[in-house]
Design a protein around this ligand. Sequence first.
Ligand code: SF4
Length: 184
Amino acid sequence: MEKVLLHICCGVCASYCIQELKRQGFYVEGIFFNPNIHPRDEYLRRKQTAKFVASINGIALVEDTYDSSNWLKLCGRHNKDKEGGLRCCLCYELRLRAVFEASKEKNFDYFTTTLTVSPHKKNSTIFEIAKTVGGSRFLVIDFKKNDGFKKTIALAKKESLYRQNYCGCEFSKKTIEKGTGNES
Ligand code: SF4
């Protein structure tokens, strides 16, 4: 059975993606690597939800370190970018690179990400970055397909999961507070 390391951005997005990968016949483990999430309490809350989702779906979850200062050094100077701009590309790349490295260390055949289930994220951008980072080790899956997001929300409601209302970083949080951003 081929092994996939799944980058999990949050518990809500994880449930459908885990089930879909299993349905496609993969052995799945998750990794929670999201130093973009602000503030720390929110990071811990999303991580807790991801752990719960991993456990009810019977998969192991690796937790990486929360190095938010490194994330800020890389992405912070693009604080004025709109969601989907250069800041987000750098944010995807940082996270996907870490997941790619972990997939090599752990001898996984592939890595992929729950990010593609979000209707607010452009999959062609994510695919391009992931392939640049990890080449053929990146498993190209569009989790939005076949009503993926609708199924994700249905599963989240069924399990009463915590659902955040912003993407993750302090800049996306501010746009929600101002009423100009995308709810996650
Ligand atoms: S809006 Fe989301 S993807 Fe973009 S930089 Fe912030 S956390 Fe990362």
